[in-house]
Ligand binder design. Structure first.
Ligand code: BES
Ligand code: MN
Ligand code: ZN
Length: 506
């Protein structure tokens, strides 16, 4: 794993394989550390800008090999884009092309300025958080099945010259590195092939959610796993029905992190853990079905959020509840037409066995509300293809039953740079999921599919303030973009860690 840390020094004097500075698009001449480095190397950066070799577009890189002037042999200038359009999240995004260059040159140490803290106008501690998350996320490799392993950069060092801001930069780097580690832990689970991550495997991985993040953090994490017998005793009709078609029995993971005072309330994080979604009897078409291994990304994201909270020592009591099933088809599978009795007692008519996520989440939410009486509940799920149509890969689909909680989530979204957009849960949509034979049906027709799925879940909140994240469009990145390589993104961990830490001490 790449070490991410920070020192107070002049970057010109730092011995690394490469030093990284930055430049805004359209900047007449370099400023700050970039200007100091440029002067030391005979104004090669200014010359490249003047001659049009380098424009400073967001993520653009200029690689130089000056013969003298610095303690390190290489300089990489990364573009920050137009200054007026700059956001803290851009500071995270530009670390990906930096690390790609470092990997390409097979370097072992990289020393970088903190992007955005100077002319970018971002507070240095915040800029450091974003940069360190960017470094961690950019170091993620899933090459378990490759003979030839990807090059690993050993150390990524952030360099801050100003002794006054150094303490906040150091704290920010440490914060971002811890969050990034937790996100990557979850990303590996999502990337794992479905035969190797079946419900019990996911549950076993969840047992490690508190491991490797320091002893005092680990002591506050406790993970329990319920099996078939427990779920039968709990009358978890939704989880049991979806699991029926698979040879693999279901699991319900309950991971507690006690970071708050003993008497303070719980916040529940419920995540969809479908380790593979064939659609069941309502079989999906073959094209793209291989991607349905990421149907447990919500579950992995909630466990990763808990891991991050523990690693950061956030002073809250958090419980992650993750129902783990494999949605298969066989002679024992549940059918369209079946009527399920859910853990809550409500009955659900099945119209499509492919609308399985809401069924397992409903039971997990009922469980969380009954056992923990949480003050707030959040769920995350790769729930609907309709969300991909509505919001694409830019925004998480967000819905909720509590205005205050939704607006705090919006604030956390803005602060974290992880975009989420609210969709309405107006009562009119409820008509679409009323059943003739039972209380609810599990699909609401072709209109507003993301909303009717959310509205279905709302029936299982028991009035607990709740926010639902549909991450179907954001949990998996097709082509490298916005600081993510292709593969699992780790959504919505950045947003949730921000949410949880901004209300520290609750
Ligand atoms: N896991 C899928 C949703 C999904 C689709 C996630 C595409 C990511 C990409 C979910 O279980 C599902 O199959 N939903 C159905 C619901 C429908 C039957 C109402 C869908 O979206 O087609
Ligand atoms: Mn499905
Ligand atoms: Zn699914």
């Amino acid at each position: 794993m790449m070490r991410i840390d920070c020192i107070s020094a002049d970057i010109r004097a730092v011995k690394a394989d490469m030093v990284v500075v930055n430049l805004f698009e359209g900047a007449k001449r370099p400023g700050g550390a970039t200007a100091a480095v440029d002067a030391a190397i005979g104004n090669a950066i200014a010359a490249a800008v003047r001659d049009g070799d380098f424009a400073g577009k967001l993520g653009e890189t200029l690689s130089l090999r000056p013969s003298r002037g610095l303690a390190s042999p290489r300089v990489l200038v990364v573009g920050l884009g137009k200054k007026e359009k700059f956001t803290a999240d851009h500071a995270r995004q530009v670390v990906l092309p930096v690390l790609k260059e470092a990997k390409r040159f097979k370097l072992s140490t990289v020393a970088s300025v903190v992007h955005g803290a100077g002319a970018g106008g971002v507070d240095p501690g915040t800029a450091a958080r974003f940069c360190a998350i960017g470094a961690a996320l950019s170091a993620f490799e899933f090459d378990r099945y490759k003979e030839e392993k990807a090059h690993r950069v050993a150390r990524f060092l952030f360099v801050e010259r100003d002794a006054k801001v150094f303490p906040s930069v150091r704290a920010g780097v440490s914060w971002g590195a811890r969050v990034g580690e937790a996100i990557n832990w979850g990303r590996s689970l999502v990337a794992t092939p479905p035969a190797e991550l079946r419900p019990d495997d996911l549950a076993r991985a969840a047992r490690g959610a508190g491991r490797g993040i320091g002893v005092s953090a680990a002591r506050k994490v406790r993970v329990r796993v319920l099996g078939l017998a427990d779920l039968s005793a709990l009358k978890a009709g939704g989880i049991l029905a979806v699991a029926k078609g698979s040879a693999a029995p279901p699991r319900l993971v309950i991971a507690e992190y006690r970071g708050g005072n003993p008497g303070s309330p719980w916040i529940a994080l419920v995540g969809k853990g479908v380790t593979f979604d064939t659609g069941g009897i309502s079989l999906k078409k073959w094209e793209g079905m291989e991607k349905m291994k990421y149907d447990m990304a919500g579950g992995a994201g909630m466990l990763a959020t808990l891991r991050a909270a523990a690693a950061l020592g956030i002073r809250r009591n958090i419980v992650a509840v993750v129902p783990c099933v494999e949605n298969m088809l066989s002679g024992t599978a549940y059918r369209p037409g079946d009527v399920l009795r859910m853990m809550s007692g409500k009955t659900v008519e099945i119209l499509s066995t492919d609308a399985e996520g809401r069924l397992i989440l409903a039971d997990a939410m009922t469980y969380a509300v009954r056992k923990y009486k949480p003050k707030e509940m959040v769920d995350a799920a790769t729930l609907t293809g309709a969300c991909v149509v509505a919001l694409g890969s830019v925004n998480i689909g967000m819905m909720g039953n509590d205005e205050g909680m939704v607006s705090r989530m919006k604030a956390a979204s803005a602060a974290s740079g992880e975009k989420a957009w609210e969709l309405p849960l107006h009562e009119e949509y409820f008509d679409q999921i009323k059943s003739d034979i039972g209380e609810l049906k599990n699909i609401g027709g072709s209109e507003a599919g993301t909303i009717t799925a959310g509205r279905f879940l709302q029936e299982f909140t028991g009035g607990t303030p709740w926010v639902h994240f549909d991450i179907a469009g954001t949990a998996w990145v097709e082509k490298e973009k916005r600081g993510y390589g292709p593969g699992p993104s780790g959504a919505p961990v950045r947003l949730l860690v921000e949410y949880l830490s901004s209300r520290d001490g609750l």
